[in-house]
Structures are given as structure tokens and as C-alpha cells.
Design a binder for this molecule. Structure first.
Ligand code: MN
Ligand code: MN
Length: 310
């Protein structure tokens, strides 16, 4: 089963402008082959399908627990896309007149689906607009092969995130990217350590791929200075504590990138504190939530008052 926490893993700054090109490129990190929808579904299906899990419990717990964290990554990439498409708007926007074709001059390369299908919000598609597909899921039933695949997936995801970083300086995108460089680094290291315990091979000497450290990027460095690169969070009220047997000990020097402070891996017995969800106001020209938002707000306010009495 899944529980849900109504927070983002970390808070994102609002995009200072409506930036549909960055939004389109960030879609790759959501619904692409190496996107967050792929990481969650790979690890989730591997955990559903794992044979002999009672005998290999710490590996089962590690994969299941990381799968749950990826749910929050889908959410934060979506939030970044929404921020890019929303810009700094905070109030209901009725400035655009449909009769004047307000969207006819959107920049070339805008993904029309963002406007037509989703009212300027995220979609489960890649940067080409192709839908995410279960073909991206690898669940072989062979633990070593699955872990090796997951290591590859995390590094593939990192490579694509680095390339998207090249394509935008928008702070809503770059804060999300900095956070996910660090969290993806934790996952790659966790899978590397799992493989090391099973086979003795020195996977951690292959990190990071590509060969550029996270601390080069100020948005990632800020999270490393908070120790995020050393922490694996537990995303369950009662389960998966034994993943700590894999995520423990001293981090390799290359992994900590000479930042100073602790070099000890830490299994945190709770999810991260998280940040607030962004507020997306209605947009009249998108017909969201409707042409008469006041009526919807009034009905919702009545329901909210009723809910407070429950
Ligand atoms: Mn992720
Ligand atoms: Mn990951």
C-alpha cells in the first residue's frame, strides 16, 4: 500500500517568467525513458516481483524504499514544469481575451499539449510529447542484474539532467535539478553498495557518471552542505529499516567531493521535512477551474467548513 504526504520533497522558487521551452525540455525528466516515472516503476515492479524476498530482505527493503522516494521526485519535476508554465502568477488571471488569440505567438518549440491538453501544467510525456510507457520497466527477477540496471538508470537519469541544466537558467528548473543531482547520487551510490556487498566488485569507484561532481553546481552544493548526499530517508511508517544495513559506514572521498563535514552515510528514520506545494491560481483563458471560479470557490468553502467539523 502507499501513503501520501501533501508536501514537495523541497520547496521550489517560482519561475520568474512563463517559460514553455524549459517546461518542454524538463518533460524528458518526468516521462522520458530515464525520467522519474521510469525510476519509480522500475523499482516498484522489481519490489512487487522479487522472489525469495524473505531471504534477501535488506535488498528488497532498499529497492522498495527508493521506489517510494521516486514518487516525490515525480511530484517535484511536475511542480517545476508547472512553475515554468505558470510563471510568477499568483492570482486568478483573467488578462487574456480568447478573441485576441492570446497564444498565437507562443515561442517556437512550445509543446502545444501543455496548453491544449493540460491547461499549462505537466503531462506524463517526454520532451517530444511521447507518452511514458511500461516498455521502460526492467524487472528481470535476477537481483544482481536488476541492481546493475538500477545503477545504469540512475546514471542515465543524471546524464540527462545535466544536459537539461545546460538548456535553462530558470531557478525553478535549476533548484529541482540541483536537488535531484544529489538524490540521484544517493540512489546510484546505494545500488553500487548493494552490488558491492553481493559481488565484491568496486562499483563506487565508477561514480559519478558523467565524471563531473555535483558540488560544481551551486544548486546541488547547497543541498550537499545540508548533508543530503549522505542521507537515505525511510519512506514508510514501520517498514524498510533494514535498508540501513546497506546504507551505512564511510562514504568514499570522491563521493563527498572534499566538502568537509561528516563523511558517514546516515539512514534517516523518517521522510524529509519537505517544502510547501506551489499554489496554482486559475487562468480564465484556459477555462480553469471554470469561467465562474467564484461559484466553485464558494461551494468548496462550504465543504471545507464542513470538513473542519469532522
Ligand atoms: Mn529520482
Ligand atoms: Mn533515483
Amino acid at each position: 500500500m502507499f501513503l501520501r504526504i501533501d508536501k514537495l520533497p523541497v520547496q521550489l522558487p517560482a519561475s520568474p517568467e512563463v517559460d514553455p521551452i524549459a517546461a518542454r525540455n524538463v518533460q524528458e525528466l518526468l516521462g522520458g525513458r530515464f525520467g522519474e516515472m521510469s525510476t519509480i516503476m522500475n523499482y516498484t515492479f522489481q519490489s512487487f516481483n522479487m522472489r525469495g524476498r524473505d531471504k534477501i530482505k535488506p535488498y528488497y527493503s532498499l529497492i522498495s524504499n527508493i521506489a517510494a522516494e521516486e514518487g516525490g521526485h515525480i511530484e517535484i519535476v511536475s511542480a517545476a514544469i508547472n512553475s515554468l508554465l505558470n510563471g510568477p502568477r499568483v492570482d486568478f488571471d483573467d488578462t487574456e481575451d480568447p478573441l485576441g488569440a492570446p497564444w498565437k505567438d507562443l515561442p517556437g518549440g512550445t509543446f502545444g499539449g501543455h496548453y491544449i491538453a493540460a491547461a499549462q501544467t505537466a503531462l506524463p510525456v517526454d520532451s517530444r510529447g511521447m507518452p511514458w510507457t511500461g516498455d521502460y520497466v526492467f524487472s528481470s527477477g535476477n537481483l544482481i542484474l536488476d541492481l546493475l540496471h538500477n545503477f545504469f538508470l540512475e546514471n542515465g537519469a543524471r546524464t540527462q539532467k545535466l544536459r537539461v541544466y545546460n538548456m535553462t537558467d530558470n531557478p525553478a528548473a535549476r533548484t529541482m535539478l540541483g536537488y535531484l543531482f544529489v538524490r540521484g547520487g544517493v540512489h546510484a551510490m546505494a545500488y553500487a553498495r548493494a552490488l558491492e556487498t553481493l559481488t565484491g566488485v568496486k562499483m563506487s569507484e565508477m561514480l559519478p557518471i558523467p565524471n563531473i561532481g555535483n558540488s560544481v553546481f551551486p544548486e546541488a552544493r547547497a543541498f550537499m552542505e545540508q548533508g543530503s548526499h549522505l542521507k537515505l530517508y525511510r519512506f514508510s511508517p514501520n517498514d524498510y529499516r533494514d535498508a540501513a544495513t546497506i546504507w551505512s559506514g564511510t562514504a568514499p572521498a570522491a563521493y563527498t567531493e572534499g566538502l568537509g563535514g561528516s563523511d558517514q552515510f546516515e539512514f534517516v528514520d523518517a521522510p524529509p521535512a519537505g517544502g510547501d506545494l506551489a499554489h496554482l491560481a486559475g487562468i480564465a483563458s484556459s477555462f480553469t477551474p471554470n469561467y465562474a471560479p467564484e461559484e466553485i470557490m464558494e461551494i468548496a468553502t462550504k465543504l471545507y467548513k464542513k470538513a473542519k467539523d469532522l
